[in-house]
Design a protein around this ligand. Sequence first.
Ligand SMILES: Cc1cc2nc3c(=O)[nH]c(=O)nc-3n(C[C@H](O)[C@H](O)[C@H](O)COP(=O)(O)OP(=O)(O)OC[C@H]3O[C@@H](n4cnc5c(N)ncnc54)[C@H](O)[C@@H]3O)c2cc1C
Length: 512
Amino acid sequence: MLDLHPAPSRSDDNTEYDVVVVGGGISGLTTAQACLTEHSGDVSRLLLTEARDRVGGNLTSKQDSEYLWEEGPTSFQPNDAMLKAAVDAGLDKDLVMGDPKAPRFVFWNKKLRPTPSGPDLVTFDLLSIWGKLRAGLGAAGFKKAPPGQEETVEQFVTRNLGVEVFQRLIEPFCSGVYAGDPTKLSIQAAFGKVYDLERTGGSIFGGVIKLLQERRKNPPPPRDSRLPPKPKGQTVSSFRKGLQSLPEAMALKMKDNIRTKWELQEIERADTGFRLTYRTPEGIRDIKARCVALTVPAYVAADLLRRDCPDASAGLKSIDYPPVAAVSLAYPMSAILQDRLDQQGNLPGFGQLHPRTQGITTLGTIYSSSLFPNRAPPGWQQLLCYIGGALNRGIVDQGEERIIAQVDKDLRQMLLKPDAPKPKKIGLRIWPKAIPQFNLAHVEVVQGAQEDLDLAGYEGVLLGGNYVSGVALGKCVEYGYEYANKIAKYLQSKVEAATVPSQQEQDEAFFV
Ligand SMILES: Cc1cc2nc3c(=O)[nH]c(=O)nc-3n(C[C@H](O)[C@H](O)[C@H](O)COP(=O)(O)OP(=O)(O)OC[C@H]3O[C@@H](n4cnc5c(N)ncnc54)[C@H](O)[C@@H]3O)c2cc1C
């Protein structure tokens, strides 16, 4: 495990930090890295504090002599922000990319069917002809107008693209990303880019055309020349030694600014900023900060703010985090149905998703060892299965054996031969509060909580983390850079306020 900086001596406690970033998950680390590299003028004294004995938050890669597996997220979409974070952390050489042509499957009507990937848009058999027609007409604008109030994902997709697209593509996709309930998820909060297409262009196609026109008018700034070439097609990435390499590499570069095993207990207003009280291995420690950047889960932020900002706290507490279990199993290749294998005897593809209506409890399965190298010994297939979510909260009480038995039973209905041997358990991790749900009113809840903080005189406590940015790793990282800008702006505004004389000071000066 990465040995980070030990707890500071007592004398360090008198430092007033420009910013204390609370939480050493990917959001906190990116924010800290961006502050230090891009805003060093405004943020020279930065501390990042993490309650656990390691950084990374949800990112949890494990390795033994045979397998390399993930117990949290499995991969990320390599957007420029993610690639930049990897380059800044010195990890660009360790990037591994999934095959962009690897098909994704949905289990529908007793069969694994590939999702459309472009050229097969007309021939793919996940949707009926009527379903495709309905989707095409709806996307072109032949659909009901928006109702004038916030819609759920189910309402928006059914209205724009029809029931089939919802049931067979989007509903399982919601399980895959949020482990969520699409009858509660807000389209605006959970899939803002899709929502914006209809809002700006009148229809989904209209929005795409508008977006392309906008891009032609205002081309994006040139790419950072240090970034690896943009991957072609829809692909996902990781690192040679797993996702946790990224937070570890980031932390190594910032090791003098990081304290692990520091759990924030209290935030209080102090004269020029805030006093933060921590439980540390050396006992209770108080430190001072001009600005506090929270990247802890919303329910932790709610507890920290309960006493002095009860309204913000209540809003944050209302964000739901259902449980998810990540179950990594291995089967010999001979256990996999022959028609799923390619000519070399490999299982091609990214993985599969399971609509809730199809009698399968597991939410989805990633073909881990097909996707990235060195994840399983020759002759074995590693599968990472996610189970639980907003519609199956009971997994927290089920125990490992029952969870594995359920996942194995599900796989036998879709991917494995009936006489496949029992799986080898590689790893299993239950996340009791896994992923924040961007349900109806999420945007107002988060904005409202920040406004409540400002009203309570806590405007220097900024809210961040995946419930603010979006849950995908790429979103957390993108927001980390934005968050660093906000922190720098806040600090600048405080300096300006301190240097501009108040009205009373101006009046006094006039009469002297
Ligand atoms: C099972 C699972 C699978 C996922 N799969 C994917 C995927 O494949 N691809 C993808 O893009 N995304 C995936 N996600 C989502 C993604 O992993 C998360 O959204 C992201 O990691 C959140 O990062 P974060 O830094 O915002 O929060 P976290 O990772 O939760 O970090 C918050 C940190 O705050 C610390 N903390 C808490 N309380 C305190 C305190 N009082 N004081 C100090 N520190 C504290 C915590 O210990 C933690 O390290 C998955 C998530 C889960 C749970």
